[in-house]
Design a protein around this ligand. Sequence first.
Ligand SMILES: NC(=O)C1=CN([C@@H]2O[C@H](COP(=O)(O)OP(=O)(O)OC[C@H]3O[C@@H](n4cnc5c(N)ncnc54)[C@H](O)[C@@H]3O)[C@@H](O)[C@H]2O)C=CC1
Ligand SMILES: O=C(O)CCC(=O)C(=O)O
Length: 383
Amino acid sequence: MYKIKLMNKISSVGTALFNQDYLVGEDQKDEDGILVRSATLHDYEFPQSLKAIARAGAGVNNIPIEKCSEQGVVVFNTPGANANAVKELVLCALFLSSRQIVEGIDWVKTLKGQEDVGKLVEKGKSQFVGPEIDGKKLGIIGLGAIGVNVANAAIKLGMEVYGYDPYISVDAAWGMSKWVKNAQNVDTIFTECDYITLHAPSTPETKGMINQESIQKMKDGVRILNFARADLVNSQDILDGIAQGKIKKYITDFATEDIIDQKDVIVMPHLGASTPESEDNCAIMAVREMMDYLENGNITNSVNLPSVKEPRTTQYRICLIHKNVPNMLAQFATILANKHINIENMVNKAKGEYAYTMIDTQDIAGLEELETLENVIRVRVIK
Ligand SMILES: NC(=O)C1=CN([C@@H]2O[C@H](COP(=O)(O)OP(=O)(O)OC[C@H]3O[C@@H](n4cnc5c(N)ncnc54)[C@H](O)[C@@H]3O)[C@@H](O)[C@H]2O)C=CC1
Ligand SMILES: O=C(O)CCC(=O)C(=O)O
């Protein structure tokens, strides 16, 4: 029986995939797996039993990745599963940033109880004029699942799109419209674009990238959208930029106390992935990744360990998480050979400092020796 702890509300379309071999709920203790959306796990004490965390979503900055790797906990996410939902909200934000729609709607509410509202509206509406996006320049920082979706949609809306991503994947590049211009450096985005939208993860490199220095390089009247993470932006510098008239509008999906209720700032309550379609997609993908790892040792879409997927052909599968250092395979093979265990299939892959080996056998022995090897982090046998 596997125990799965839910740290957030996860779509039942996904959790329904767990069969009778699983106990699933918010109160599970000594869990084998955790399913999470945005809840932070940084202060959560992992039980010894924990083998995997699946983030039903893209960003993993709520999970202590290094600690997980050190403890042999595989961390999964669900790449692209919520990208369309975020793209649609970003398109909405593009229009909101241009056309003073929110401000206009708020103003109309103030006319309640007045006589001849129609006449007042026609007289007062000129204060809410805003430009069309057609023909304007949009800069996208981060061309992954969301950035590419936004780029392609913005091209269709008639925008001139510049993209910046020093680590763009081959798949993302294949999926991107040929009309997207390749910005060789991030300053091109800052200096050229009328609208700038952030779609890179929160990393030491991206944290605070929108700051006083980058804002000063931007065009007067720039509109900035942040649907990536709060900490990519220095919010005081944004407010200063707005006060100076440099920034026309800042729209973000991340509410922090300092920017709520500020002029020319629109704050959404982290709604990017909040569609039934996206919640279902993320939950289904996360649950499938979790089950395949717990039941078969296969790893798909992990952020801290390599992708490894092999069909089961033997009675036992030994799964080893270890440091990515020389001589590990030779040691595994020697220990098993000394116990007269025949290896029928073996795969080994590495990701950064860590590696994963799956060994298929018909018999089992020598586990204690494998466990005590230097640089071995976790040994698991699946029957
Ligand atoms: N508002 C919301 O509800 C949501 C927010 N997000 C946020 O959006 C981010 C992106 O999501 P996806 O596109 O699905 O992820 P992704 O992993 O497909 O794409 C991220 C892209 O950013 C690029 N990147 C990394 N460092 C960069 C840098 N220094 N400069 C420019 N680009 C850089 C990567 O190469 C990658 O192509 C997530 O990490 C998450 O923080 C994701 C989903 C929902
Ligand atoms: O689950 C959510 O609502 C947040 C989605 C998100 O921010 C992400 O996938 O990175």
